[in-house]
Design a protein around this ligand. Sequence first.
Ligand SMILES: O=C(O)CCC(=O)C(=O)O
Ligand SMILES: [Fe+2]
Length: 275
Amino acid sequence: MYDGVFGPKWEDFRRTLTRHFADYPILPAKLPRNQDAMEALVRDGIVVLPSYLEPTTVTKLKEALTIPALALQAGMLKDVPEQSVDRHVAHGMCRLYDIDVIFKDACAFFKEDPVILDLVQAYSSNQAHHCRMAVELRTASDGMDGYTSINNYMPHFDSLYREVKVFGFLEDVTVDNAPMVYWTGTHKDAEWRWIPDYLRFNGLERQNADRNFSQYRVNEFERTRNDFNRVTCTGPAGTVVIADTRGLHRGSMLAKGHRLQIFSQYRMIDVCEYS
Ligand SMILES: O=C(O)CCC(=O)C(=O)O
Ligand SMILES: [Fe+2]
């Protein structure tokens, strides 16, 4: 219905996205134990594996990463490449990337977990390419709200193409500790998101304006539809969340304490959208 309005660019957008989904069909998980998780991931775009990591794995990761994360927040982390650091203290968020290289041994337990990789690869048509791994410390922000703070507090899509983020909780995440919020089913190609996808496809998305637009759409479809459910990703330390971050999601403001978690990000091999 939009073809006549937008012309060839619109057709190019639809063709490209349709080809993307055809080129990367979701495959069945290989491990029998992953059947239910895979079904949830395909249906909802997200699956939560409560307390999945062994307590010893969580301990190893915390031992390796807590001090560097605190040092980064304090501005005292030395000897790490500048491009591995993403530090927004006033916004309550610090990330250290490339931890799979810097803290190789501890991170291998997470990065090479065969059950997680089976899900990631099946969902990514066996073409998942590991992009980066990070530890993130969330702390109280300096009186900012979701509108003035970093963009990931607003509902957003990370990409218009399918991609996967695997989050690992190193500490308990309750509703107070800034849990991620995800709207199930929003990862699917559907008309309600064609306009924002089209803007992204053409590099026309204006960060704040279009994210506020997304917020408007969120309010709208939460009122009018029952096929998207809002999931708040809480869980004990060791919980793993696997999400297609093409689906609509946001961070939340921290109410108490802090949040320490790691994540690995995967894309399809020849999909090179923005970082
Ligand atoms: O911080 C969060 O919980 C959400 C983060 C997010 O939007 C992302 O990692 O893509
Ligand atoms: Fe995101």
